[in-house]
Write a protein of this length. Structure first.
Length: 131
C-alpha cells in the first residue's frame, strides 16, 4: 500500500508538523505575553497558539495513524506514550503554579506563568531533540 511504501516520509512529515506546531504555540504564547498590556495582543497570540496546537495534533494523529496502518503497534504505543507525557507535563505545570503562586496572584498572571513555563519546556525539548 501507499502508506507502507512511504512510511518513512510520512512519519518524518508528521514529526515535522508536530515540531512546527510546538514552535507556533511558543510564538503565539510569546506574542500574548509580550502584548498582554494591549487589548488585541492576547487574543491574537492565543489564536496563533491555538492554531499551533491544532497543527501539532494533526501531526500527532498522522503519525499514530501511520504506525497503526502499517501494524507497527510498538511504535504506535510509543507515539501514544509521548502524547501522554506531554499532557502530563502540562497538567503538572498547571498544578504546580496553582499550588505555589502567592494566594492573591490574579488568574491572568498565573496563566502567563503557566504558559511561559510550558513554552520554555517546549523550547528546551526542541533543542534537545534536534536532529
Amino acid at each position: 500500500t501507499y502508506v507502507k511504501e512511504n512510511k518513512t516520509e510520512i512519519v518524518k512529515f508528521s514529526k515535522d508538523m508536530q515540531k512546527m506546531g510546538d514552535r507556533t504555540i511558543v510564538a503565539g504564547g510569546t506574542i500574548a505575553l509580550i502584548t498582554s498590556e494591549t487589548v488585541v495582543g492576547v487574543p491574537i497570540g492565543g489564536a496563533i497558539a491555538g492554531a499551533g496546537a491544532i497543527y501539532k495534533g494533526v501531526g500527532f494523529g498522522l503519525e499514530l495513524a501511520t504506525e497503526l496502518t502499517t501494524a507497527d503497534f510498538g511504535k504506535a504505543a510509543g507515539v501514544v506514550n509521548k502524547g501522554a507525557v506531554d499532557k502530563a507535563t502540562d497538567i503538572a505545570v498547571d498544578r504546580f503554579v496553582d499550588k505555589f503562586a502567592p494566594p492573591m496572584t490574579p488568574s491572568p498572571v498565573k496563566n502567563m506563568v503557566k504558559d511561559g513555563t510550558k513554552n520554555t519546556i517546549t523550547i528546551v525539548k526542541d533543542v534537545l531533540e534536534k536532529d
